[in-house]
Design a protein around this ligand. Sequence first.
Ligand code: UDP
Ligand code: MG
Length: 325
Amino acid sequence: MHELSLIIPCYNEEQALPFLYKAICEVTDIMSEQKFEFIFVNDGSEDKTLDIIKNLSVKDKRIRYISFSRNFGKEAAMYAGLEAANGDFMVIMDADMQDPPNLLPEMYGYVKKGEYDSVATRRVTREGEPPIRSFFAKQFYKIINKISSLDIVDGARDFRLMSCQMAEAILSMKEYNRFSKGIYGWVGFKTKWLPFKNIERVAGETKWSFWKLFLYSLEGIVGFSTTPLAIASILGLIFCIVSFSFIVYIIVKTIIFNNPVAGWPSLACIILFISGIQLFCMGIIGQYLSKTYLETKGRPIYIIKETERMNSSKKMKRKKYIKSI
Ligand code: UDP
Ligand code: MG
């Protein structure tokens, strides 16, 4: 018998949670030989998510929860869940049923014999997603696979079952700017990929705006590739060569043909173009610098406001309690 820890990041999921709880209970009934713990991570929800989780935890002793002091993002929620989990296997699952809980028995089937360390999932369709979002997502996967040593499958989800050993490896990567899809690939371990058809969220709305996704993709690129920095230097080199050839051309034209190149419009265009490129390259360097700056501060990835353990023994000292999670 194994114990499985289901980690569920929740941000404003009051509408989806009842459906999810019902679905995971059905699955755990099927897998009745295994022990389960459910870790709901409330990522600073502004709706009744925490109340719903608390009510569920009173009813069902398998439920534990961690509630953040504010919204720290899904990456932080997943990290906190992995830190808190005690199982032999950990499962990260969205609260909106887009990660179908009924895949769990099949996923567990692959790891229980020790054949695989992890079972990951990927959507093979993107039905129901705005076409522009799908287009940019596809381009992002193409770019990141080209410029980094990672191999991220298109449509890869965070929905994944992994051994506690792999979870430990992920936890040892304590970076503040987290990009899980890259981290999973970076730590290695033998992974089985399960494809499934996209499912629309059962209730509520997506928390990822286009802008948020764009920033997240930058996180991935800056976190796992230094190619943009190399591109900046190569661009600089190309422009040096071009400008040097141009200088030679002008000198030759002036001395031999006594015909200096006239006109400031061309000059203005060149200056604007070159300064654009310079700012672009400085922006790239700035991205790396800003991430380094945040990393050096060594801030915690998340801050907890309460958990079910805190409720059961209120006198616990804060530090002691954080350690006990
Ligand atoms: N989520 C979170 N913190 C956030 C945003 C999202 O914990 O700041 C959770 C959310 O509750 C859900 C999962 O991450 O369980 C995926 O979010 P969502 O469904 O909005 O993303 P999408 O499926 O549209 O990519
Ligand atoms: Mg979703």
